[in-house]
Design a protein around this ligand. Structure first.
Ligand code: ADP
Ligand code: MG
Length: 319
């Protein structure tokens, strides 16, 4: 006999992993009861992963559990929020116990690492779909936004760009990819939670790169009513991405491919040294890739020319 809804919840999701003293009531009642920290604001985000749209149905369940949570922790990171609580709405075609064991392990291991507790959710039958809600703390008026970049600010990214896009090309058979870190980045992105907490001090605006650098930086520009110029030679591209670009001529990939889950942020000129010190001390690579301009639009300097870039990130519903 297959597992019923309540046995499933008890077996895989109730009282597992991190338990927080500010959770008064977790999984098991009609609502969770949470005790927000005085003097802090609560950052709340939700993301859905749909089978066939965001991942292939045969994706390894451990990696999928990890990624479903990682994309939400990345949204918290982009606001400078400290992870606290999670809810999980799962729609499953069947109760496959080995799949559930893998999925819950990937999800709960990552939650544990960042001290976040799963406090509720919903379980239904239907085509495979995973919605995760994450909540975290920000000091009052101390969070990072998209709308507050200023002309003259430097534009920075953490880590490297284009790896997940290259991994996806490999997965779909569009390119020969022998860099294992590309597939790892695509399937198990690491949210930049610690970097986001440090950036609270330094950044004037911030976003996480889920839909591609051009599109996501484009959101900062649109909401801040500014423009930007990027420098192609400054982009932090791993060797495998450089080699792919050289071989295919497809230099759009590192600008438009999503799912790297790095942070893109802006910093006033006079805070740059402190920023480098702060992120450097925690071992987080950070690169300046351009400058915020008064003139709207996104431009890039490449081979001695300045070209206009369309903010061409991934969008659902666009034909
Ligand atoms: P209700 O019908 O009152 O919404 P449910 O029967 O859906 O309650 O869920 C019972 C309890 O299990 C609730 O506390 C709910 O938050 C929790 N829950 C249900 N599904 C999940 C899940 N996938 N992960 C974590 N908690 C869950
Ligand atoms: Mg319910």
């Amino acid at each position: 006999m297959s597992l019923g809804e309540f046995d499933l919840i008890r077996t895989f999701f109730q009282n597992k992993g991190s338990s927080r003293s500010d959770t008064r009531l977790g999984v098991g009642d009609d609502c969770a009861l949470l005790r927000p920290r005085p003097g802090m604001e609560l950052a709340v985000t939700v993301d859905t992963l749909v089978s066939g749209v965001h991942f292939l149905a045969d994706t390894d369940p451990v990696g999928l559990g990890h990624k479903a949570l990682a994309v939400n922790l990345s949204d918290l990171a982009a606001m400078g929020a400290e992870p606290a609580w999670l809810t999980l709405a799962l729609t499953l075609p069947e109760t496959d116990e080995s799949w559930l064991r893998g999925f819950s392990r990937g999800f709960l291991d990552l939650a544990e690492r960042y001290g976040a507790e799963l406090v509720g959710g919903d379980t239904t039958r239907g085509p495979l779909s995973i919605s995760v809600q994450a909540m975290g703390f920000i000091p009052e008026q101390g969070g990072l936004r998209r709308s507050t970049a200023q002309p003259g600010d430097g534009i920075y990214v953490t880590g490297e760009l284009g790896l997940a896009g290259l991994g996806l090309h490999g997965l779909l058979g569009k390119a020969q990819v022998d860099d294992e870190s590309a597939m790892a980045r695509l399937l198990r992105p690491e949210p930049r939670v610690q970097a986001g907490l440090v950036l609270r001090e330094f950044a004037s605006a911030c976003i996480d790169i889920s839909d591609g650098l051009a599109g996501d930086l484009g959101h900062i520009l649109a909401q801040s009513l500014v423009g930007a110029t990027l420098d192609w030679d400054a982009l932090p591209l791993p060797d495998s991405v450089r080699a792919y670009v050289a071989r295919s001529g497809d230099w759009h990939l590192p600008l438009s491919a999503g799912e790297d889950y790095e942070l893109c942020f802006t910093v006033a000129e006079d805070r740059e040294a402190d920023l480098m010190g702060g992120l450097g001390a925690m071992g987080c690579a950070v690169t300046r890739i351009g400058t915020i301009d008064k003139a709207v639009g996104l431009r890039m300097r490449r081979d001695g020319q300045t070209i206009a870039l369309a903010p061409s990130g991934f969008q659902h519903f666009r034909s």
